[in-house]
Each structure stands twice: as structure tokens, then as C-alpha cells.
Design a protein around this ligand. Structure first.
Ligand code: UD1
Ligand code: CA
Length: 472
């Protein structure tokens, strides 16, 4: 690979067919924007410089690219006069004068770094002035056709709208990904005209110019054409999204992850899974979620930016920015909001919501509870139906429950409040004041049973009378 490599990412186009207020290249699949996938592929090449051309909706696209790749130079193309015009602006902005220049589009999310690397290597080995990454497809409609002479040398790339009838029947097409010798490119770009069907400056016209000058031109077909496919509308976006997911899930299976139903399992690009993880149907692992060995996730879980410990079990849960310890149990029907940290061997049970809650090793919140803004110590058991009342209507407050505590069913902890190590609370307790370690807290008056029926009806009821007699 050349020591001097400039990569230009074209992302100035409009994307009207998305019918979206969001710029086309910002639409996401696999947890990343389309241009984010392209930049990840580009990054793998370790190029000398990257220039991204932005235009349409550049107030959205520019900052996004700079956040993902701060070292990239942004070049602004005010008016989209064609790919040749865009590259001219990019070269000026990047200050490129020598080496190899690779041009890619920002809307081909399945593109892999290895494919770009192989293509650039072929281009350099063949010492071409310009090379195109081509593909041989059944339906070439809409693409630039690769025109070869009888010797098989590339003569030109002809756009669909400018092609003759015979040229349209050619099945080798341009992916739009091209490689150039920088000196040739700088010389050729000002000589490109716009006398064509679209009135645009076509980058692909450099091929004809190279041939006229007697320079070598390469067309190197890629086997895996889908890598070069762009998404112009949401139907294509969904198609590429499913294909990307299929590839990601398949790669994890080859790395030792069991996936019971690949069709309903969605795994984002940045997720990491250890061997012997098991994913059951209806599982979505999103963002930077990481799952350790032997954990079993699903069925029906959505986990975004979560960390799941070794051997943990998560069933029908929705989690975001949560940490689940080794051997811990979550679900079914649990909602783990940001800041939930469940210790090793702990339990967040059925119908439980947690938020900003540190739940110690072996501690359990098994049933029907809300735990917000709390610390729960190791080995503590929280009774069924407990509410951590963290909000006084204005401010959020914290609750601390010590280690080895046992709180009764249907408690309310009115924050801020602290329940000490080994403390116990009775059923139905409303805890408004701290409970010292080891003490038992109860609240509310003693139970009173009142007869609420008329006296005569009560007398004629033999069963009731007997029961009451027994009480006296
Ligand atoms: C282009 C190629 C065609 C190829 C096809 C593959 C040219 C002239 N044609 O056609 O040979 O088969 O891609 O998909 O290159 N862009 C800018 N500024 C512009 C114009 C375009 O940044 O002024 C960007 C677009 O945002 C897009 C890319 O360049 O990302 C390609 O442009 P587009 O107009 O879609 O070209 P196609 O007609 O698809
Ligand atoms: Ca296109």
C-alpha cells in the first residue's frame, strides 16, 4: 500500500428519496450511520488523510463526520455539480498532490476495509492512472457501464443516461469507488467537461482521459457486490440493514455464539460477544453492548449499551446503560434504566424497574418493584412490591439499604433515607426515617377489624357467629 494515501468520501448529495428531514448518510443500520460504516472501513486503511465532501444538510452531516473522525478534513461543495467537481474541491481542501487517491461514497454501509485495501493494492500493483472497483451484475440498470475493447482493456465508463443501446447491455458496472494516481487526477480534473445528459462533471470521465494519454486503466471486479450498494430510499435501507445483520450474526456464530433464530436476532456492529453466549429468539443487542461467556439472553430482550456478566441470565428485559453481574438473573419483564448496576449473583425480578441503582452481589429485588437512585448492599432482599420514592416533586433523593437487610413486602422508602446493615422492615412499612443497623422498623397503627354489616344479618349468619364466638 502506498505510504501516501488520500481517501475522499463523497457525502454532498441530497437523498430526496429518503423523504426525510435527516440527511441520507445519517440514516442508521446496525447501530451506525451509513457514513459511519464507510468511515470505519476507511479507518482500517490508516490513510494519510481523509477528506469528506459535504453539501446538502451539511449542518447535520459535517459535525457527525467530525465527531466520528476528528482528523478528517471537511470540504464544502455548495452546489452539487457532479462527482468530478466534488473531488476537485476535496483535493484542494486536503492539499493532496502526490500518492494514491481513493474515492468512495458515503452511503455504502456494507463496505469493508479489507475490500478497499485489496482494491488499492491491485490499483497500485498494476500501476494504473485510474482504477475502478467494478462488479458483474444481472441488472446493471442505473449504473455506469465499464466499456472494454477487444483486448479487454478498459476504454471508458459510460453513465446510464449517456450510454448507447449496446453499452446498456453491458453487465460490468462501476461501483463508484475509484482509485487514482494523484498527479494524473490533478491534471485530469480541470479537463473534464459537463456536456452530458445530466450536465454534471463526471469523475468517471477521467478514464477516457487516461486512455487518450496512453495511461493504464484498471477495472477490478469485487465478488461481494452488496458491499458497494448504496441505500437511496428506506426500502433499500431496510434491505441493507437485514443483510448487514445477517452477516454480523453469522460471524458471531462462527466465533462460537449460539443463535437460536438468526432471523429475529439483531446485533449492532459495535456489540461484542464471548464464546458460548446463547441468544434466544427476539433478542436485540444494540450499541456497545458486551456479553461475557455462557450468558443466556432472551427470548425477547432489548439491551443497549449494556454489560452482561459471565453466565448471567436475562429474560424478556429492556435495558440501557446497565451492568448485569456474573451469574445474575434478570426478568422476565424488567426495565433496567441507565445507571443500573446489578452485582454478581444478584436478581432483578419480574416486573421490576430500576434506575441509577447499585444492587450488591447476591442482593435481590425479585418482584414488582421500582428502585430509583439507590444503593442496596450485598445479600439484601427487597420485599415484593417495594417503591423507592426518590422524587419529592422537585428533587431526586437517594436511598441506601445496607448489607444483609430484609425488607418486607409493599414497603415505601421515602428518600432520602438509610436502612442499616441487617435491618428488617415489616410488611407495608413506609420508611421515612433512617433504620439503624439490625433494628426492625414498622409503621402504621395496629390492625382493627370492624363489623360493617347490620346486627341482624350478622346474628343469622351461623358461620360468622361461630367465628366471632371463637375470637372472644
Ligand atoms: C455514480 C457513478 C456511476 C456508478 C454509481 C454507483 C459518476 C459520474 N457516476 O453514479 O458510474 O455506477 O455512482 O453507485 O461518478 N456526490 C457529491 N457531489 C456531487 C455529486 C455527487 O458529493 O456533486 C456524491 C453523492 O452524494 C453520492 C456519490 O457522490 O454519494 C455518487 O453520486 P450520484 O449522483 O449518486 O452518482 P450516480 O448517478 O449514482
Ligand atoms: Ca448513487
Amino acid at each position: 500500500m502506498a505510504t501516501d494515501l488520500t481517501v475522499i468520501v463523497l457525502a454532498a448529495g441530497g437523498g430526496t428519496r429518503m423523504r426525510s428531514k435527516q440527511a441520507k448518510v445519517l440514516h442508521e443500520i446496525g447501530g451506525r450511520s451509513m457514513v459511519g460504516h464507510v468511515l470505519a472501513a476507511v479507518q482500517a486503511l490508516e490513510p494519510t488523510r481523509v477528506v469528506a465532501v459535504v453539501g446538502h444538510q451539511r449542518d447535520q452531516v459535517g459535525p457527525h463526520i467530525q465527531a466520528l473522525m476528528p482528523e478528517a478534513t471537511l470540504a464544502v461543495q455548495e452546489e452539487q455539480k457532479g462527482t468530478g467537481h466534488a473531488v476537485r474541491i476535496a483535493l484542494a481542501a486536503g492539499g493532496t498532490t502526490t500518492g494514491t487517491v481513493l474515492v468512495a461514497a458515503g452511503d455504502t454501509p456494507l463496505l469493508r476495509g479489507e475490500s478497499l485495501r485489496d482494491f488499492a493494492a491491485e490499483h497500485e500493483a498494476a500501476q494504473c492512472a485510474v482504477s475502478v472497483l467494478s462488479g458483474i451484475v444481472d441488472d446493471p440498470f442505473g449504473y455506469g457501464r465499464i466499456v472494454r475493447n477487444d483486448e479487454g482493456d478498459v476504454e471508458a465508463i459510460v453513465e446510464e443516461k449517456d450510454a448507447t443501446h449496446d453499452q446498456r447491455s453491458l453487465h460490468e458496472i462501476s461501483s463508484g469507488i475509484l482509485a487514482f494516481d494523484a498527479e494524473f487526477l490533478l491534471d485530469a480534473l480541470p479537463r473534464i467537461g459537463n456536456d452530458n445528459a445530466k450536465g454534471e462533471y463526471y469523475l468517471t470521465d477521467t478514464v477516457g482521459l487516461a486512455r487518450e494519454a496512453g495511461l493504464a486503466v484498471g477495472a477490478f471486479p469485487i465478488d461481494d457486490w452488496v458491499q458497494t450498494e448504496g441505500a437511496n430510499d428506506r426500502v433499500q435501507l431496510a434491505h441493507l440493514g437485514r443483510e448487514l445483520n445477517r452477516r454480523i450474526v453469522e460471524a458471531w456464530m462462527r466465533d462460537g455464539v449460539t443463535v437460536m433464530d438468526p432471523a429475529t436476532t439483531w446485533v449492532d456492529s459495535d456489540v461484542t460477544l464471548a464464546p458460548d453466549v446463547v441468544l434466544l429468539p427476539g433478542t436485540q443487542l444494540l450499541g456497545a453492548t458486551a456479553v461475557a461467556e455462557d450468558a443466556v439472553i432472551g427470548p425477547d430482550c432489548t439491551l443497549k449499551d449494556c454489560e452482561i456478566g459471565r453466565g448471567a441470565r436475562v429474560v424478556r428485559a429492556h435495558g440501557e446503560l446497565a451492568v448485569i453481574g456474573a451469574g445474575a438473573n434478570v426478568g422476565p419483564f424488567s426495565y433496567l434504566r441507565p445507571g443500573t448496576v446489578l452485582g454478581d449473583g444478584g436478581k432483578i425480578g419480574a416486573f421490576v424497574e430500576t434506575k441509577n441503582a447499585q444492587i450488591g452481589a447476591g442482593a435481590k429485588v425479585p418482584h414488582l418493584s421500582y428502585v430509583g437512585d439507590a444503593d442496596i448492599g450485598e445479600g439484601t432482599n427487597i420485599g415484593a412490591g417495594t417503591i423507592f420514592a426518590n422524587y419529592d416533586g422537585t428533587h431526586k433523593h437517594h436511598t441506601t439499604v445496607g448489607r444483609g437487610a430484609k425488607t418486607g413486602a409493599n414497603n415505601t422508602f421515602v428518600a432520602p433515607v438509610t436502612i442499616g446493615d441487617g435491618a428488617v422492615t415489616g410488611g407495608g412499612t413506609v420508611v421515612r426515617r433512617d433504620v439503624p443497623p439490625g433494628q426492625l422498623a414498622v409503621s402504621g397503627g395496629p390492625q382493627r377489624n370492624l363489623d360493617r354489616r347490620p346486627a341482624r344479618a350478622a346474628e343469622t349468619s351461623i358461620g360468622e357467629a361461630t367465628e366471632r364466638g371463637g375470637e372472644s
